[in-house]
Design a protein around this ligand. Structure first.
Ligand SMILES: Cc1ncc(COP(=O)(O)O)c(C=O)c1O
Length: 383
């Protein structure tokens, strides 16, 4: 089955057996516990909803299918998924190499939460595979990548890095939130674990916070599943339903997000008040050939550098009417944000400046509205 068909049907096949109701949508199983007929045999394998729940199971099957994986696990947020993965695969004394341009919350998890537990992190410019290779130490256990990154849309060669990591026995993790499984499948490129903030394109409607890990290795799955139950940061049945429902239109939405974002990126590139645009769909994008090699489309997020300073950038951000000034991304509605004071405020200023997250950087999550309305809004705001 092709992508759009799997997105609609996997995990939600109607139960036509005797006693089944034939629901075409998986029911929201709100029960926190499940009765059994025999002491030692949980009914249908379900005992307690933190451990396992039929609505969550349905979503996990769908997610695994979309990433071409054997297993998926749904969490209460992207950060919960990330933290549980690290707790499952790392131990005191281990070293992790991470892309230096990561979502601010991921960097905070590493440098402020996990550092305390005796883990060590190096942040490198993973656009150069050689920089990742040079950072490898005897105790390096994991390489953590985002591609495209948040908020500068930098890419890394997932296949090249995963190959080196595999040779050294290290796990490659790719946060695939920006591309979504519709535009990129990191496991097919050799990565071991895919991370999603399901809050973004998977949910797609800015009405749910969720996360996921997708992977094929049975041993890693066993460890993560054990800790998912042990830590308990699971996605609620209703939220699983919302993410499943969102995924059914993922292909349609991603096509429209990408079309609108392409038109906006081209418009901004020609604007006299814009210094530069970061978007993998532009011909001028510095990593264009890598983008076409490992992605099937550019996604719907872009960032640009405004010609004016911090104060004028802030004033401009307040002028948008169709774009809402808000954090997050990947919903049907367009959002504009200021990474330096919003999503990446937790990254120290010196580090932000080194990476290119200046006070004049603006990030757009382009929604699925009519492109003419979005362009008019930009025109009015940029004045
Ligand atoms: C790329 C990326 N990864 C992970 C996260 C964390 O996800 P959540 O907010 O669902 O915890 C975010 C949130 O913005 C993100 O943008």
């Amino acid at each position: 089955m092709r992508f759009a068909t799997r997105a609609v049907h996997v995990g939600e096949e109607p139960n036509l057996k005797e006693g089944g109701a034939g629901d075409v949508v998986v029911p929201v199983h709100v029960s926190s516990t499940f009765a059994r007929a025999e002491v030692k045999r949980p009914t249908g394998g379900y005992e307690y909803s933190r451990t396992s729940n039929p609505t969550r199971r349905a979503l996990e099957e769908k997610l695994a299918s979309l990433e071409g994986a054997k297993h998926a696990l749904a969490f209460s947020s992207g950060m919960a998924a990330e933290a549980t993965l690290c707790l499952s695969l790392l131990k005191k004394g281990d070293h992790v190499i991470a892309f230096d341009d990561l979502y601010g919350g991921t960097r905070r998890l590493f440098t402020e939460t996990l550092l305390k537990f005796g883990l060590d992190f190096d942040f490198v410019d993973a656009r150069r595979t050689s920089a990742v290779e040079a950072a490898i130490r005897k105790n390096t256990r994991m390489v953590w990548l985002e591609s495209p990154t948040n908020p500068l849309l930098k890419l890394c060669d997932i296949r090249g890095i995963a190959k080196i990591a595999k040779e050294k026995g290290m796990v490659t993790v790719v946060d695939n939130t920006f591309a979504s499984p519709y535009f990129q499948n990191p496991l097919e490129l050799g990565a071991d674990v895919v991370v999603h903030s399901a809050t973004k394109y998977l949910g797609g409607h800015s009405d749910v916070v969720g996360g996921a890990l997708v992977l094929s290795d049975d041993d890693v799955h066993k460890k993560v599943r054990f800790n998912q139950n042990s830590v308990g940061a699971v996605l609620s049945p209703f939220d699983c339903f919302l993410v499943s429902r969102g995924i059914k239109t993922l292909e349609l939405r991603m096509e429209r997000h990408a079309y609108n974002a392409q038109r906006i990126a081209e418009y901004l590139e020609g604007h006299s008040k814009v210094k530069g645009v970061n978007f993998p769909g532009l011909r001028s994008f510095p990593q264009r050939s890598l983008a076409t090699r490992q992605m099937r489309g550019p996604g719907g997020v872009l960032s640009f550098v405004f010609m004016e300073g911090a104060r004028e950038t802030e004033r401009t951000l307040r002028k948008f009417k169709v774009f809402s000034l808000a954090e997050s991304l990947g919903g049907v509605e367009s959002l504009v944000e200021h990474p330096a004071s919003m999503t990446h405020a937790s990254v120290p200023r010196t580090e932000r400046e080194k990476l290119g997250i200046s006070d004049s950087l603006v990030r757009l999550s382009v929604g699925i509205e009519d492109i003419e309305d979005l362009l008019s809004d930009l025109e009015r705001a940029l004045g």
